[in-house]
Design a protein around this ligand. Structure first.
Ligand code: PGA
Length: 253
């Protein structure tokens, strides 16, 4: 059975002491355990990866993740952090291809493919993001855009590597806007993405890959989204910055 994953994307928020306090509050809220077959990942700013990892300690249900990694292995790349460096610091997850990286930092499909390859080579699980902007949804061409993103970034992987990828479908029009895809819109796209996996890798592999929904997930809408058969959890931005709200979302898994 594929895992349910609730990942928080803190983006560039919180000071170090606030980050520690939020992590501690989430941990104590999870003291009674997570829903069955569910894990949670806190994707924190790079500066907080190690302190948050230290606070979390060794658990099999709560993990720390990075929000990006470099498209290069090592060398003169000021400001970048490589997947190898993350792996050496025992960071198990990294978000790759978030729409903010695509739109603000020039992460093209080609760059994203390279980052995915390097993360997998380093032994880190990439959380690969895809999703269409508003005008594409309105034009009705969202499936073909998401297909091209998925094809460009991950469908070249072999069957054992693809099983290590987590996919996050995040319609750009729903990120940080308060607009959420309806559970049916999410389900339709998730089933479509799974059908792309099925064609290349077969049913068993396609069925084993977790596909998360992201875009204004809140405690009040999470249950309906996570009940959909192909929605395997969420990538949560704004609502992951408040412990009670994030814990409420985890309880919906
Ligand atoms: P949001 O962000 O939950 O604030 O819409 C989601 C994301 O960007 O991953």
């Amino acid at each position: 059975m594929r895992k349910k994953i609730i990942a928080g994307n803190w983006k560039m928020n919180k000071t170090l002491s606030e980050a520690r306090a939020l992590c501690t509050e989430i941990q104590s809220g999870l003291a009674g355990g997570l829903p069955e077959n569910t894990i949670s990942i806190l994707c924190v700013p790079g500066l907080y990866l190690l302190p948050v990892k230290e606070l979390i300690g060794n658990t099999s249900s709560l993990f720390v993740g990075a929000q990006n990694s470099a498209a290069f292995t090592d060398g003169a790349f000021t400001g970048e952090t490589s997947a190898t460096q993350l792996a050496a610091a025992s960071i198990p997850y990294v978000i790759i291809g978030h729409s903010e990286r695509r739109s603000l930092f020039g992460d093209t499909d080609e760059v994203i493919k390279t980052k995915i390859d390097l993360a997998l080579e380093a032994g880190i699980t990439p959380i690969f993001c895809c999703g269409e902007p508003k005008e594409i949804r309105e034009a009705g061409t969202h499936e073909s855009l998401v297909k091209s993103q998925v094809e460009a970034a991950i469908l070249h992987l072999d069957a054992s590597s693809i099983k290590k990828v987590v996919i996050a479908y995040e319609p750009v029009w729903a990120i940080g806007t308060g607009l959420t895809a309806s559970s049916q819109q999410a389900q339709d796209m998730h089933a479509f993405i799974r059908s792309l996996l099925l064609k290349v890798y077969g049913k068993e592999t396609a069925d084993s890959i977790s596909i998360l929904y992201g875009g204004s997930v809140k405690a009040s809408n999470a249950k309906e989204l996570f009940e959909m058969p192909d929605v395997d959890g969420g990538l949560v931005g704004g609502a992951s910055l408040q412990a009670a709200e994030f814990l409420g979302i985890i309880q919906c898994a």
